[in-house]
Design a binder for this molecule. Sequence first.
Ligand code: HEC
Ligand code: HEC
Length: 348
Amino acid sequence: MEVRFWVFLLVAGCAVDAPSKEQLGKQLFNDRSLSTPVGQSCADCHDPTQAFRDPESDRTTSMGAVDGRFGNRNAPTAMYSAAIPPLHYDGRWVGGLFWDGRASSLEEQAAGPLMNPREMNNPDHATVVAKVRRSPYAAQFREVYGSRALDDTETAFAHITDALASYERGPDLSPFSSRYDKFMAGTGTLSAQELRGYRLFNASCASCHPAPLFTSFEYVNVGVPRYENNMFLRDNPSFIDHGLSTTVNQPTEDGKFRVPSLRNVARTAPYGHNGYFENLPFMLEFLNTRDVGSMQVATCSRAANSQARCQWPAPEIPATIDHRVGDLGMSKDDLADLAAFLEALSDE
Ligand code: HEC
Ligand code: HEC
């Protein structure tokens, strides 16, 4: 009798289990009706099946809900963004969401794409809240945030960004399940090649991309060239991306962007804040040879010497370039080892 009573309680307990903020956030994240016009969700630019980045990477920047209107920057993965601290000054600038640190929390960040005319393009908060009121999960929303949660526009909008941020803080987006994590936990191994890459990484990369998140969250100008194929520049040919200096209004920060995490980097092509680098080997070649030129760029004639190194195109903003990268002296084999190690940072 007593056992049956406890079983009853257990089952009843599960049946009335309220949906969590995280589950609600997941539904919001995947809801294509939240854009104007409808048709674009967060997941369209941060696909959960593809390391939360934009699968239409041939475009290099993402198209928004309005056909033919493109963003100015390469969509980063939303994974591990829960670990990014708010932007703060600590002898140097650290943290902040977006490539230029302009949002200080996931909640503030989430409001950005919902309103951005180049992304989900809603005219105001009321439009978003009205869409959520009509959504299949409106009842769940009231269960989680209270029966009047969707009545007042600003309160409801704050709940929406809160739920999105809860989902982004959950284990789906920060699983720490890569082969590197298993190696560190002593439950898996890395190959000899990956271990060679790991040593090279520690020598040349870890100062800006330290474990466990493979970023220091600091701001650096690595000298990414202007990218004329960037869809945004076709409509805005005079645009120059000043990065952090626009956020903090300091010329010393011109052209600096937040060091990105390298977790899942093998799956997040193209690379760089403007998508200049279409694949990982090309990005690594740039870091290796920015200052000495490369056989992989075609900015000079090779008529006389087919092995000639050509200069990389000029950086968009030359004044603040960081010289910890640019002439790393790595061989072809070194770069292959490095790429092999970076593959081991992909979650399984
Ligand atoms: C049209 C494509 C697009 C859509 C839709 C979109 N994003 Fe993004 N997202 C981007 C781009 C591009 C950036 C980088 C923009 C920048 O740095 O200025 C970004 C940045 C982010 C970041 C910051 C990551 C970092 O490393 O700083 C997070 C988190 C994020 N998006 C979550 C979301 C959420 C949540 C939604 C839905 C409410 C969403 N995105 C909708 C393209 C998109
Ligand atoms: C001096 C600091 C610094 C060092 C050292 C450094 N990086 Fe970076 N890395 C950055 C910054 C900053 C960016 C973003 C640059 C941008 O887009 O403007 C970046 C971007 C990248 C990207 C592109 C990621 C993406 O999502 O677009 C890869 C891959 C990368 N670095 C790998 C490496 C490797 C491998 C090394 C060692 C050979 C290395 N980095 C050394 C600062 C550094």
